[in-house]
Design a protein around this ligand. Structure first.
Ligand SMILES: N[C@@H](CCC(=O)N[C@@H](CS)C(=O)NCC(=O)O)C(=O)O
Length: 345
């Protein structure tokens, strides 16, 4: 072959490109679909407290639901105009590829494989996490390295399955995987002692412990974090404007926190602030909205109706929630964390 590819590799690359192109061509511009429907269809979990779960009144709430609402506020001017599509781990990518949803806002780890091989692409990180372990206290285990011979509950279709296999091989730990697709079933398997250990993202362990296990004090999360699990929204490849809209909606929430713009003070700042960055975010100085085909109050609507990232974090997973997670890696970059929004200017 004269061109630099072996024919197999060339075909594979061509296949991936066609897949991405075809996936998008079949769906047109997502913003048009959203405007025609009058709502944003977001793929979430089937119910994972703190990130995406229905509350007592059946209203979906959580950090990921807030991101979905932010996109609706940016595009449609109304954060309520969302349609939540609950998906388990196995179903989520097909739902995005097939056009059943406009954006996947569902505790999904960004990996090179997911970003390049599935016709989808991530649109930022809204929670930095890592994989951990939870065990029954009565087991008396203090470290994951003591888990040799244990049975481990894992949800099918998660990155957690492969990460654990890699870690176990590297640490010479033998384990018996118990893998189930349905979230409630896998949690029930753990609760009813069908496995010794539950392994998933640390946020997932905290959420399961508080919201799904009868007596949280009977369980303990072990200190080891065995991976990076950067969680973020995904969109289809080939629709750059939609990718921009989702990623800049998330950045608007993060940057609003950096500049101290909250749902409570956004009106005052919009009327009175003479800070150039604040004026650009709030559309007082125009440009940012028009460049994405949105109105200039796109970010104002997000902050007013959903709040900034810190407000969303505290209410859903932080000190104002049953999970009480620390900001940790999810603090702002100038407060020791990794949340560093690219500038809106
Ligand atoms: N971040 C991992 C795990 C995400 C995941 O699906 N976690 C499970 C366990 S906490 C979950 O959210 N299940 C809820 C559901 O399937 O409805 C990934 O992207 O594969």
């Amino acid at each position: 072959m004269r061109i630099g590819f072996t024919s197999g590799r060339f075909k594979a690359l061509l296949g991936a490109a066609l897949l991405a192109g075809a996936a998008q061509a079949a769906h047109g511009a997502t913003i048009d679909t959203v405007r025609q429907n009058g709502f944003v269809r977001c793929g979430t979990t089937t119910g994972f407290a703190g990130f995406s779960a229905p509350d007592a009144k059946g209203e979906w709430r959580g950090l990921d639901v807030d991101l979905c609402r932010a996109v609706a506020a940016a595009v449609l001017g109304d954060a309520r105009k969302t349609k939540i599509v609950p998906l388990n781990a196995q179903q989520r990518f097909t739902a995005l590829q097939s056009g059943e949803i406009d954006v996947l806002t569902r505790n999904t780890t960004v990996t090179q494989q997911r970003d390049t091989a599935l016709g989808i692409i991530h649109a930022g990180i809204n929670f930095y996490d890592g994989q951990g372990f939870m065990v029954r206290k009565s087991l008396g285990v203090k470290s994951a390295k003591e888990l040799n011979g244990a049975s481990v509950c894992l949800q099918a279709g998660t990155s957690n399955e492969n990460t654990l296999a890699d870690w176990a091989r590297a640490n010479k730990v033998e384990y018996k995987p118990v893998v189930i697709e349905d979230f409630n079933e896998i949690v029930n398997a753990f609760a009813s002692n069908r496995c010794d250990v539950f392994s998933t993202d640390a946020s997932g362990l905290a959420s399961i412990r508080i919201s799904k296990l009868g007596n949280p004090d009977d369980f303990v999360v072990l200190p080891e974090i065995i991976s990076k699990e950067p969680l973020g929204p995904f969109v289809r490849q080939g629709d750059d404007n939609w990718l921009n809209i989702v990623s800049w909606s998330l950045r608007a929430m993060i940057e609003a926190e950096e500049y101290g713009i909250t749902s409570a003070n956004v009106d005052t700042l919009k009327a009175k602030s003479d800070q150039p960055n604040v004026k650009r975010i709030l559309g007082v100085t125009p440009g940012a909205g028009k460049n994405m085909g949105l109105s200039e109050d796109w970010a104002y609507n997000i902050i007013k109706q959903v709040g900034n990232y810190g407000e969303s974090f505290e209410r859903n997973v932080g000190q104002g929630s049953p999970l009480k997670l620390q900001r940790g890696l999810n603090a702002q970059w100038n407060k020791g964390g990794l949340m560093y929004a690219l500038p809106i200017r």
